[in-house]
Design a protein around this ligand. Sequence first.
Ligand code: BGC
Length: 246
Amino acid sequence: MQILGIDIGGTGIKGAIVDTSTGELLTEKFRLKTPKPAKPEEVAKTVRQIADHFNWKGKAGAGFPTPLAHGKCMSGGNLDPDWKGVHVDQLFSKVTGLDFTVINDADAAAEAEMHFGAGKDKSGLVAVITLGTGIGSGLFFNGHLIPNTELGHVSYKDEAFEKYAADSIRKKEDLSYSKWGRRLNKYFKHIELILSPDLFIIGGGASSKIHKFKDEITINTPIIPAENQNEAGIIGAAMGAYDGIR
Ligand code: BGC
């Protein structure tokens, strides 16, 4: 099925038409900057501009970078506090006039990765961890998503772990890859202890840099990079609208 997939991030909002049966993009990606501040009405207008760019009238799905339950934003996260309590799916449907499904951005990217990337045919408990502005997670058991996990928010020294180990923190604090890798090692050890997963898949911008910090990671669970890092968020957002993942 052809669906418009939109990946909403802290710096950019990008979309493309996706064939959800193959995971292929049927168009070039179209990207606009995330409005600053990223208030609900402004972000919704940007989403409409993307739908208009494709002159789209069919189904649409978005990946959204905050804790989310059934399309409702539970906390503004790294976007804007005004999002808390907003039914993001209803807002986007109203502003675009399209049938919109909204799922968590990490669930979206992870779903695409499990179907069409590094997680294909992987069974057991698989934790896809996205390293970017925040730390996101998509958790799967035998290929089925357990939606809305927020594994970047387990605590470390009274703060969310993502405030210590996200890729944005590496940039902000100008950490070397080995220093960042040691922070990530603490993170993965903790998640390994809690979940005993069979496999970790690293998604997000940092997945292509895994070779730079892998020597610092001493966990027993296999850990591999995602394959679809640039497009997984768009593909998974479209799949969410098709499958109704929440
Ligand atoms: C949010 C998650 C999101 C992740 C990646 C975290 O701060 O809480 O919902 O998936 O960032 O964008």
